[in-house]
Each structure stands twice: as C-alpha cells, then as structure tokens.
Design a protein around this ligand. Structure first.
Ligand code: GLY
Length: 309
C-alpha cells in the first residue's frame, strides 16, 4: 500500500510541506497539521484562516477539524475568532480534552490556555470588501442601528457563491498505513454569526477510518451536513463498495436533498489501497486538486471530475 496525499487547490501553500513530511515517514496528523498551518497563514487563500472572508458583522470566524482514522479521536473548533491556527487548536482538542468539538468563547478560552498564536484575521482587503458590501446592501435605517438589527433577511440575501467556495481539505495515507484527515475554513462570506459549516462537524466535512479510507468536502457545508457526506463515503466503503461506487452513492444521497441551500459541493476521497477520487458537483468551471503518491518527487495538479446534481 502506497502513501498518498490529496488536497484541494486551496491547499497550495501547504501541499509541498505535507508531501515532504509524508515522504520522510511522518505521521499523517503531523504532516496535515503542518500543511494546513501554511494555508491558514497565507492571506491569498481567501476562504481559510487569516485573509478569510468575514461574517455579516465583519468578523472572521474560523472552523477546523482533524480526525485520526485509527483511534477515531477527532478534534474540532467552530466560530473561533482571533487565532492564527485553528487547525492546531483542533489538534489540541483531539489530544488534550475529553471532548471532540469546542465552539465560540469556549474554543477561544481553550486556545488561550494552550498559548495558541493570536492575530487579527481580518485583513485590510477583506475589511474593504466587507465595507463595500455593507454600504451597498444594508438599508440606511439598519446601518444607523448597526449591529443591533435583525440579520435573518440579510443573511438570505447575502449568500455569495463566489466568496464561499472552499475550505482546505487534506487526506493522507501515511507510512504506517494510517489514514487521517484535516480541514480548515473561514466558511461562507457574510454568513450569520455563529454559523458552522460542515468543516467542524465530524462525519459531514471530514471522516477517516484506517481500515477503509477517508473523505472530505468543500463547498456548501449545509449540504454535507444534511447528507453526512464524509462519513457516508467511508461507510459505503465499509459496506463493500469500491471507492468509485461509494462516492457515487454519496452523490445520490446529495441528489435527494430538497430546499435549503443547494449549491456547489466537491467530494474528495481516498481508500486504503491508495486510490483516490475527487468529484466537483455543479461546478461551473474546472477545479483542480493536488495529488502526491509515494515515489513522486512532488505533488502535481489533477482536474476534478465534474458532475451535475
Ligand atoms: N465547506 C465549508 C463551509 O461550508 O463552511
């Protein structure tokens, strides 16, 4: 069984580091955390970490998760503000707490307790774009009372698929044949404060089982939550389906969704034999992802399959 790494195009700043560590024999959690930290710190990646888009109130709220496919311990954080590396806070939840998911103030309290690095994740450019959106879209009466105004209607109008597309996802099979997954995101631009997408929800945004494989989703997290997509793919493999067929079944589950926020979603999956599949659903343009396999000098980009739901 060959080592493998799959990450999406948002993983560009970190793919080299993660591949290098996997090639050197590092464990999947270490390799994935190191790669995602580079993505989180890179302000050119607008949907992850520092430089990510803010919520309706102009605050950057970050989500991240990791899962160890051998112990099934996971660690996740949601709606975290003011910390540079949510993936490392998620890793610390996995390793140091009897819990799997912390959100908001509790997550920030824990982050401070472990001396996680603080930062202002709202970059001047994100603030400028948010301010333009605010001036154009928030009625003058509401602007006068801001932020003490109802946000529900605004949230319905504010969904911007061009600014909410992607989490970064990393899936690995390491030298010990253990399968791990990690994800990190700022979620949808202009989301309702406190909104969690699929990324911190283990089984929705990511899942791993060293006996079968791993999966992770990007795009509209609401859909992956409703269909339990990452866990579904791995469970379909457990039930005997091939990687190919498991992803097809998860796509069929997504096809059954009615109402709510139905948009683009991309499924990433690997199996324990080192095979992989990446399918972009409802994609309007070609998406690429990064693939590194044992023996490769470096990762290379591949086009995702595109399927219309
Ligand atoms: N897939 C990321 C999110 O929906 O927040």
């Amino acid at each position: 069984m060959a080592r493998i790494l799959v990450t999406n195009s948002e993983g560009t700043p970190g793919v080299g580091k993660t591949a290098e560590l996997l090639a050197a024999g590092a464990g999947g959690l270490d390799a994935i955390e190191a790669g995602i930290r580079l993505v989180e710190a890179d302000t050119s990646i607008r949907t992850v970490g520092r430089g990510g888009w803010p919520n309706l109130l102009g605050e950057v709220e970050l989500d991240a998760a990791m899962i160890d496919g051998s112990s099934f311990r996971s660690g996740a954080v949601g709606a975290v503000k003011g910390f540079l590396h949510p993936i490392s806070i998620a890793r610390a939840v996995l390793e140091r707490l009897p819990h799997e998911l912390l959100v908001g103030e509790g997550a920030a309290r824990f982050a401070a307790e472990i001396n996680a690095e603080t930062t202002n994740n709202l970059t001047p450019d994100s603030e400028r774009v948010w301010r333009e959106w605010f001036e154009e879209n928030v009625p003058a009466a509401d602007r006068a009372k801001w932020p003490d105004v109802p946000l529900a209607t605004l949230c319905q109008q504010a969904i911007d698929p061009e600014k909410g597309m992607d989490t970064t996802v990393f899936l690995s099979l390491d030298s010990k044949q253990e399968i791990m997954a990690g994800v990190s995101t700022s979620g949808w631009a202009w989301k309702y404060p406190g909104r969690l997408g699929d990324s911190p929800i283990i089984g929705a945004g990511c899942y791993a089982d060293s006996r079968y494989g791993a999966a992770a989703c990007t795009g509209t997290g609401e859909m992956a939550i409703r269909a339990g997509s990452a866990r579904a793919i791995v469970l379909y493999m457990k039930m005997g389906l091939s990687l190919e067929a498991a992803v097809d079944e998860a796509i069929d589950d997504l096809r059954q969704l009615r109402g709510g926020l139905l948009q683009r979603i991309t499924l990433h999956a690997i199996d324990r034999a080192g095979r992989h599949r990446v399918v972009a659903l409802n994609a309007e343009k070609q998406l690429t992802y990064w693939l590194w396999q044992e023996g490769d000098a470096e990762a290379h980009a591949e086009p995702a399959e595109i399927i219309a739901l």
